[in-house]
Design a protein around this ligand. Structure first.
Ligand SMILES: [Mg+2]
Length: 138
């Protein structure tokens, strides 16, 4: 059976360790990944660089990601949160959370909502081209 591509999921994106790799270098395939994510889905930031305001996050990535990626990043929305990234998520919707280092307490909240499968662990350290594989999920 052909895989059914879910369109218009909510996608929550961390930056460091997900879009930006070691040495503050853009993750390989970040442009392709962001293009597909923002064209097909409803994307939101889930990063400490953004707590309800996109100005700090755009300032941060401006010096790191290529111009084409920045254009897609402009389509990513900000949501206010305080302590846990899990405050950001819409548990009534299908969503994916791209994150390299979730806290245990965040994983527990996902489990409580029966959303453990929504966590997509990104590992650019062991798999620098990880985004190339993960594009298939979106
Ligand atoms: Mg991170």
């Amino acid at each position: 059976m052909a895989p059914v591509l879910a369109v218009n999921m909510k996608i929550y994106l961390d930056i460091d360790g997900v879009l930006v790799g070691r040495g503050r270098k853009p993750a390989p395939y970040v442009v392709e990944f962001l293009k597909k994510a923002t064209e097909n889905h409803d994307c939101h930031w889930a990063t400490t660089h953004c707590k309800g305001d996109t100005v700090p996050v755009m300032d941060y990535i401006k010096g790191i990601l290529p111009v084409e990626a920045i254009e897609y990043c402009k389509l990513i929305k900000a949501i206010e949160w305080s302590h846990k990234k899990t405050e950001i998520f819409d548990y009534e919707s299908d969503f994916l959370w791209f994150e390299d280092a979730p806290f245990e307490f965040e994983k527990e909240v996902l489990a409580q909502h029966d959303k453990s499968d929504s966590l997509v662990l990104v590992d650019l350290i062991n798999n620098p081209n990880h985004l190339r594989e993960l594009i298939k999920l979106i």
